[in-house]
Design a protein around this ligand. Structure first.
Ligand SMILES: Nc1ncnc2c1ncn2[C@@H]1O[C@H](COP(=O)(O)OP(=O)(O)OP(=O)(O)O)[C@@H](O)[C@H]1O
Ligand SMILES: [Mg+2]
Length: 267
């Protein structure tokens, strides 16, 4: 048996400003093995993003979150790790792709310069070496003429291409765990499929574990090995993806599955 890459026990989260201190994540436990692809599915507000961000120890600006429980990454406790050590893990060993690619990019900097900076900070490459690596990364995520495109600004890319840039940034330091929080929600259906295929290919090629968050069961079918179903800040059901699709145990899971549009053969 391999030790889990990530092991979360009894995680709780509430917003400190919330007078009632309602727990938006209410004591959840889960694990992700090295190289494993795991899905988190639940409707809007079920606590998926707060859970993902707890792993990165990211609180929304102006809304400090209080966390409880344990988040162990390679056996090391992250919730109490000092800020400098946590900063070293974030982006380097655990990386995240968010739903809205525009808000995660600096609009006044070329995408190449943004990737260069991350590489220089985390890996100590020189600017020249970083740029060579940036071009390789843009090529890796399927951006044509990467050397020229590196000088373009975010607004010069389509939504799907911006998401590819964010994925390039996320995998730039070869993280052991990639968290993708609704990475395709803002994109149209054909582009969604391309981005999901890209994530699966990179996961295979780079040997990363993937935590794929979505409200749509259709997105994870054929993508992940195991699923956690979240509702109201709790995990209500978990199991191998095939088993869960074939025989959902929980009423809420059945309702989510019923909402997935069926693709009829030949349709
Ligand atoms: N900055 C905040 N301040 C107060 N409450 C918040 C904040 N962000 C999220 N919440 C609350 O935390 C709960 C969980 O939110 P979360 O964003 O994790 O849901 P989600 O499952 O990611 O939903 P979605 O599918 O819409 O992204 C929700 O009830 C939400 O209202
Ligand atoms: Mg969310």
């Amino acid at each position: 048996m391999t030790a889990p890459l990530l092991e979360v026990r009894n995680l709780t989260a509430h917003f400190a400003r919330d007078a009632a201190a309602r727990r938006v994540v209410d004591g959840i436990s889960f694990h992700i093995d090295p190289g494993e692809a795991v899905g988190f599915v639940g409707e809007s507000g079920s606590g998926k993003s707060v859970t993902a961000r707890a792993i990165m120890r990211l609180a929304p600006e102006g809304s400090p979150v209080r966390w409880g429980g344990t988040v162990r990454f390679r056996g090391e406790e992250l919730l109490t790790l000092d800020a400098a050590a946590m900063g070293d893990i974030r982006g380097r060993h655990i990386a995240m792709v968010f739903q809205d690619p525009m808000s995660s990019l600096n609009p006044v900097m070329s995408v190449g310069a943004q990737i260069d900076d991350i590489l220089m900070r985390h890996t100590g490459l020189s600017r020249r070496a970083a740029r060579r690596r940036t071009i390789e990364l843009l090529d890796l995520v399927g951006i044509r003429e990467p050397a020229q495109r590196a000088d373009d600004h975010p607004h010069q890319f389509s939504g799907g291409m911006r998401q590819r840039v964010l994925i390039a940034i996320a995998v730039s330091c070869q993280p052991a765990l990639l968290i993708a929080d609704e990475p395709t929600t803002a994109l149209d259906v054909t582009v969604q499929a391309q981005i999901l295929r890209l994530l699966m290919r990179l996961r295979r090629e780079l040997g990363m574990a993937l935590m794929l968050i979505t409200h749509d069961f259709g997105v994870i079918a054929g993508m992940v090995e195991r699923v956690y179903v979240m509702n109201g800040g709790a995990i209500v059901e978990t199991g191998p993806t095939d088993a869960l699709f074939a025989a959902p145990q929980h009423e809420y899971t059945r309702a989510l599955l019923a909402a997935v549009p069926r693709i009829e053969p030949g349709g």
